[in-house]
Each structure stands twice: as C-alpha cells, then as structure tokens.
Design a protein around this ligand. Structure first.
Ligand code: GZL
Length: 352
C-alpha cells in the first residue's frame, strides 16, 4: 500500500513538473510563435493588449504562402502591425484552405480582437461567419481579395486591386504589341494559366482579358486551366498545354509564380519565350524575380498587383478609432512593365 502511495505521489510530482515545463515551453512557444504571429495557445485576454488594453488587437487571416506576392503581402502586414505602432497582431496562415480561415475568424471573435483583417481565398461562403463577427461588434476589413455576400454591411471595407482592370489592360497591351509586330490580322492561339478558381483575382483577371479577347475575332483561347497560383502547378499545366496544343502563340499567366513554372515547361519542351521567343508571355503581380526574368528576355509584359496593403489598412483602422467614416472600396494604384522599359532602373526601386 505504502509503495502504491509513493508511486502515486511520484507520478503526481512528474505530472506537476512536466506540466510546469510544458507551461514554460508553451509560454516560450507563445513568445516565439507570437513573433511568427501564429499564436498556438490562446493567451488569457488579460495578457493581450487591446480593448481597454494599450494596443489595438488585430486578427489577420492570410490566404497562405503560395507565392512571392503573398509573402510580400504578409511582410507588409507584419511590418505595419507592430507593438511600436500600437498594435498586437494575431497572424494566421490558412494554407490556402477556406475552412482554416473560417476557424481563424471564429477564433479571433472568441479572443475579442478589436479588428479582423481577412484576405478571403475565394469569394463565397462567408455570410455566416461575417455575421458572427458583426454580432460580436468586431469590424472586418477585407484585403486583397474580396467576397460575394448577401449584404455588404457584413464587412466594413475592402482594400485591394481592380483585378478586372488588370486583365483588361493585359489584353489591350497584347493588342498593341501584335500591331507593332504587324500580326494584328494573324490567327493568335492563346492559353491561360488561371489562379485559384473563384478567387476574386482569378475572376477579375479572366473576365478583364475576356473583354478584349471577344473584340479580337482572330484570337483563339485554346484552353484556360487553374495553376492554383503556384509554380509547381503552373509548370504541370503548361507541360500539358504544350503536349496538347502544337502551336501556342501566347501564355496569359495570372500570377508570376505560375509564370516561373510555365517558362520551365516551355524551355524543357525545346521552345523559347519572351520578345525574341516563340511564345509571348504575359504575367501578373510584377514581383522582383519576374522583372529579373523580363530583363533576361523571358517575359514580355507583367501587370503589377500591389501587395503593400499594410499601411492602407493601418490608416483605415486609425480613422475608425477616431470615429471617422471610411470608404467601402479602396483601390490601390498599379502599373505595368514590359521588356521595352529600362528594367535595370526599375529593379533598383522595387520594394518587393
Ligand atoms: C492578387 C492575389 C494573388 C496574387 C498571387 O491580389 O490575391 O494571390 O496574384 C497570390 O500571387 O497567390
């Protein structure tokens, strides 16, 4: 009996010491994780600065880390939402899954954050969770991509790009480029690498380009298929396009990482791309690595999508904190680049 008691006491001591270490490691994990921005363990609210706290607590659900553009977007928020700037950022990477974002938003509500920032991976499926945030009195600011909801009172505002405008400008650029090549009356065979289907960036770019495609009867869209905004999938889809279609004149790639994969596939098939190549390559995002490839003659044109949204969102939050009204839609300014430009100079000034 005595032995059993000693064993139980010993076991209890091990459990206590273990949980103490565990607690220390969780706290330590919290600290490290919080630097990464992924709070693994919920901290008691009293530990979080914010409402009646001395910081504004912002919960940010990010799409994932699928592209250079996405990483620049994340960095923009991390650099802006710091303690020095008066914020406490709860950052979650949803790994390109909507169900993770739904969990993120509900977790932010539970933690009574002051603001929710959401980059919605796709446009639909948000009404219920946005209503929960509204009922909890937590403003939701949409960034980058947007949502389709019954009632747009479910979110405070959206900061992002005019994706349809990006797509249309890409089509108009192709029109003028073909004219310059004296190919305006040629049959032009096009394939498109689409982004994540049903994301607003994919919908807008596809729709915008389609407007110009419809106005050019000699252009033929051989196929559109999603490369999911990633390099690997972009290569896989382009490989398949190249083995399916003998003559491709133009690739429209709805982000630079799919373009990187497409260029790999084109060159592996013994073809060439860019101004001196067999295939015209038109891309979106205009990240540094893509402009480097443009400088090396592999990309013809690239339509910028500005990922530096952190400062815009902080400005909106500061205005809301002062009780000011904010616009529903905030478009960011964007430009395009093509191989005729001085890319050396342009690259010196690029932030991302
Ligand atoms: C566009 C953004 C897209 C980028 C991709 O605003 O949603 O998602 O074009 C990223 O690089 O994956």
């Amino acid at each position: 009996m005595r032995k059993k008691c000693i064993r139980i006491v010993a076991l209890l001591m091990i459990v206590c010491v273990g949980s103490l270490c565990g607690c220390v490691s969780i706290q330590k994990q919290d600290k490290e994780a919080n630097q990464r921005g992924a709070l693994e363990e919920e901290k008691p609210l009293s530990d979080l600065p914010g409402k009646n706290r001395d910081h504004i607590v912002v919960g940010f659900s990010q799409v994932g880390s699928e592209s250079d553009w996405r990483n620049a977007s994340t960095e923009s928020f991390r650099n802006m939402f710091t303690a020095e700037n008066g914020y406490y950022l709860l950052y979650e990477d949803a790994q390109q899954k909507q169900e993770n974002q739904l969990k993120d938003v509900r977790n932010f509500i539970l933690q009574e954050v002051d603001y929710i920032v959401l980059d919605p991976i796709v446009e639909t499926g948000w009404d219920t969770v946005l209503k929960e945030a509204k009922d909890a009195g937590i403003p939701v600011i949409l960034v980058d991509r947007t949502v389709e909801v019954e009632n747009d009172d479910l979110y405070t505002c959206w900061v992002g790009s005019n994706f349809e405008e990006e797509g249309r400008r890409a089509g108009e650029w192709l029109e003028s480029y073909l004219k310059w090549q004296e190919r305006e009356n040629d049959r032009i065979r096009i394939v498109t690498l689409q982004g994540t289907l049903e994301s607003s960036s994919q919908i807008g770019r596809t729709q915008g380009f389609l407007k110009v495609l419809d106005a050019n009867k000699k252009w033929e869209m051989l196929e559109r298929r999603s490369g999911e905004f990633t390099q690997a999938k972009g290569k896989e889809v382009m490989d398949d396009f190249l083995s399916t279609y003998k003559d491709i004149d133009v690739v429209i790639s709805e982000n630079d990482n799919m373009t990187f994969g497409a260029i790999e596939a084109i060159e592996a098939a013994g073809k060439s791309c860019g101004p001196a190549g067999d295939i015209i390559v038109i891309s979106f995002d205009a990240v540094q690595a893509a402009l480097e490839l443009m400088k090396r003659g592999k990309i013809n044109a690239d339509f910028e999508c500005n990922p530096i949204l952190g400062p815009f969102v902080s400005d909106i939050i500061q205005r809301l904190e002062r009780g000011q009204e904010v616009e529903k839609i905030h478009y960011v300014q964007e430009q395009y680049f093509d191989a005729s430009m001085n890319l050396e100079e342009i690259l010196k000034k690029r932030e991302y």
